[in-house]
Design a protein around this ligand. Structure first.
Ligand SMILES: [Zn+2]
Length: 220
């Protein structure tokens, strides 16, 4: 005789214990479902506060141009952040992080104009740029306290440049849970035709953009 599902639950078939065991399992599954539902709701709530970013499909001819555009935006942000590096009272150089945060709208302008001006055509909303800059600077708010610490600004000398580079990284790449700026671009693999973010492959022979999977296949 073939084993039946009922045998799995009970050595004595057709006993009431089978139903008890099944109910127990059902209740476990329901608990798990409810937990996942709650988590899903939490993520949905979180996403309400993150404006949507527009995704643009580019071709391989545009690839280099956009790489240069992102470098240019990064450089403009860097140049702006260096404005707040001043001669210090005790140290040679001090960083006015408070002023940099207060003037966040200037960083929003740089980001917004960079992503949308002069044929960039990425259609990234000002709302998203504001979110991105505010979110990046928020991570450094506690450091502002060090600026008025005791009798001198603790953000000084080589720390100034470190802070500037960290802010730039937060704006361009975000943290592990945030979208990287370049992820607003998608490109099609010339071999498998699947669409990837631009970090999912590279230009081969200056002619083709090939995803990592396809380039590994052609190597071997
Ligand atoms: Zn491919």
């Amino acid at each position: 005789m073939e084993p039946q599902i009922i045998d799995h639950y009970n050595e004595l078939p057709h006993s009431i214990n089978v139903i008890d065991k099944m109910n127990e399992e059902l209740s476990e599954a329901q608990k798990e479902t409810n937990k996942l539902k709650e988590e899903l709701e939490k993520y949905k709530m979180m996403n309400l506060y993150i404006p949507k970013i527009n995704i643009t499909l580019i071709n391989k001819e545009q690839y280099i141009d956009y790489m240069e555009l992102f470098d240019e935006i990064k450089e403009n942000i860097r140049n702006h952040l260096y404005i707040y590096k001043e001669n210090g009272l005790i140290a040679d150089e001090e960083y006015d992080l408070k002023k940099a945060c207060e003037n966040s709208c200037k960083l929003v302008e740089i980001l917004f104009n960079g992503l949308n001006d002069r044929g960039a055509n990425l259609n990234i909303s000002r709302e998203w740029c504001e979110y991105r800059i505010d979110n990046a600077l928020d991570k450094f708010k506690s450091l502002v306290k060090l600026q008025n610490y005791w009798w001198e600004n603790m953000i000084k000398d080589s720390i100034c440049n470190d802070i500037i580079e960290m802010i730039i990284e937060e704006i361009i790449d975000g943290n592990d849970y945030e979208i990287k700026l370049y992820e607003c671009l998608r490109i099609k693999c010339d071999k498998c035709n699947h669409v990837f973010t631009i970090e999912g492959g590279d230009i081969i022979d200056e002619k083709k953009w090939i995803c990592w999977d396809c380039s590994e296949c052609s190597d071997s």
